[in-house]
Design a protein around this ligand. Structure first.
Ligand code: IMP
Length: 494
């Protein structure tokens, strides 16, 4: 640990606060961001191969010599944002070893329902997100399909995902252009009497066998009272794999976090965790960008601390309010405070670098300068599993991505709680990000890069990377040198 601290000082410009009379405190360091640093490769030994690299990392505080009560299998968490962390993303990320925090800018009941959906997840068994009643019309069906982009609709007595199953509608049951839009669902749905169903309790293998035997696309799974529990889809067959990295508890249920706030936590937390919670609930806190902020939250009892103000891709806080700090500088200072606190007390408090990751290499750098894990918004917003719409803009597919400090995010309060006027000013923008496909495909590539970089630095674990990393500041001209230069790139699209 000693060498670690020395090393941090080696690349971290020392901070000399000066406070004369009534003058403000001036920090002499420059606020720097990830793009201004490079890792210097170390000795790559025979053992340093990507298959030997472990990306396990602590999520919450623990004592010296003990393991963190919750460890992530990959150092990724998803941002607490409406446009990022819904149940689908939370399920897929946990299946791949990371953790989502379901957004808190929504009514307590709907957030609790999203947490419940993640907890109820069983590989291959999907809670239906498209449901109507027999009294709805074809127009409602078309609206719902456009909204969810899912073509299978569970028809239940009350239109809920777990109501009594009365039928099924798929794209084969209607012709959107020809049929009368006012036709009632009950007239064209496949009624329950003609459906082949499975019963709650059957295994995935059995469900897949029924799908195969009857040439089905969808198998509804019902309970003994005919209530819809899940769907099993033929198209998900590949997705039914065992996942060695899966992040689940002793009860085999996936882990999921949830965003809370300082206003309604007395009601929100019990609704989210349902049973007795006490100190079993781990609470991360943030965001801070300096030592004082870190120590304040430590005293308040935080289990991990989030670092970053103003660096998010959709964030305009620095422009609007003139506050913030370069993300790399902030992480370096807080990591130093965290290490000193650990030396003094024997208590390790993980820190999360939140926002501002543009390239995959920034993730490795954030870890090397001391973050235990990173929180990403833009990165995850691009995937199929994020909760926003995929749209075609001038021939390219995009996903919507908006900040929690934008009017769009704040509208839920106006519409759902009848309160709070529109924001006087915004701290986030409403934007698009290029659509990038499935989470798993992208994550596998990113993880491959991180592991390979770690091997180049002679590290097979995150603590080793933090201990051994050698980091250099780069000049603006050497940033140009870092990209392809002085060559004419071939156009692969031709
Ligand atoms: P990104 O990964 O660079 O897109 O940053 C995501 C992070 O930006 C989130 O985890 C939040 O900390 C932060 N953030 C989210 N919405 C806003 C906003 O509206 N204004 C400022 N920061 C935001």
């Amino acid at each position: 640990m000693k060498t670690y601290l020395n090393r941090i000082q080696y690349f971290c410009t020392k901070i000399h606060p000066v406070n004369i009379n009534h003058m403000a405190v001036y920090l002499n360091d420059v606020s720097r961001t990830f793009g201004e640093y490079l890792l210097i490769p170390g000795l790559t030994t025979k053992q340093c191969v990507p298959t030997n690299v472990s990306l396990k990392t602590s999520l919450v505080k623990h004592n010296v010599g003990e393991k963190s009560p919750i460890e992530l299998n990959i150092p990724f968490v998803s941002a607490i944002m409406q446009s990022v962390s819904g149940p689908e993303l939370a399920i897929e990320l946990a299946r791949n070893g990371g953790l989502s925090f379901i957004f808190g800018s929504q009514p307590i009941a709907s957030q609790a329902e999203m947490v419940r959906r993640v907890k109820k997840f069983k590989a291959g068994f999907v809670t239906s997100d498209s449901n109507l009643t027999p009294e709805n019309t074809l127009a409602d069906v078309i609206d719902l399909v456009n909204q969810t982009e899912h073509s299978t609709i569970g028809i239940t007595d009350d239109g809920t995902p777990n109501g009594k199953l009365l039928g099924l509608v798929t794209s084969r049951d209607y012709r959107a252009e020809k049929d009368d839009l006012s036709t009632k669902v009950k007239e064209f749905m496949t009624p329950f009497s003609k459906l082949i169903v499975g019963e709650v309790g059957i295994s995935l293998k059995e469900a897949n066998q029924i799908i195969w035997d009857h040439k089905l696309n969808t198998l509804p799974i019902i309970d003994k009272d005919q209530n819809l529990a899940y769907f099993v889809f033929r198209k998900d067959y590949d997705n039914h794999r065992e996942n060695p990295n899966e992040l689940s508890g002793a009860d085999k249920k996936l882990l999921v976090g949830a965003g809370i706030n300082t206003r309604d936590y007395m009601e929100r937390v019990p609704a989210l965790v349902k049973k007795e919670y006490g100190d079993k609930v781990k609470v991360g806190a943030g965001n801070v960008v300096d030592r004082e902020g870190f120590l304040y939250l430590v005293k308040a009892g935080a289990d991990f601390i989030k670092v970053g103000i103003g660096g998010g891709s959709i964030c305009i806080t620095r422009e609007t309010k003139g506050i913030g700090r370069g993300q790399a500088t902030a992480v370096i200072e807080v990591a130093k405070a965290r290490d000193e606190y650990f030396e003094e007390t024997g208590i390790y408090i993980p820190i999360c670098s939140d926002g501002g990751i543009v390239y995959d290499s920034h993730i490795t750098l954030a870890l090397a300068i001391g973050a235990d894990f990173v929180m990403l918004g833009r990165y995850f917003a691009r995937f199929d599993e994020s909760p926003t719409k995929k749209v075609n803009i001038n021939g390219s597919y995009m996903k919507e991505y908006w900040g929690e400090g934008s009017n769009r995010a704040h509208n839920w309060q106006r519409y759902d709680m009848g309160g709070s006027e529109s924001l006087k000013f915004e701290e986030g923008v409403d934007s698009y990000v290029p659509y990038a496909g499935k989470l798993k495909d992208n994550l596998d590539v990113t993880i491959g890069k991180i592991k390979s970089t770690m091997c180049s630095c002679g590290a097979t674990t995150i603590p080793e990377l933090q201990k051994n990393a050698k980091i250099t500041l780069v000049s603006s001209t050497s940033i140009v040198e870092g990209g392809a230069h002085d060559v004419i790139l071939k156009d692969h699209n031709r």
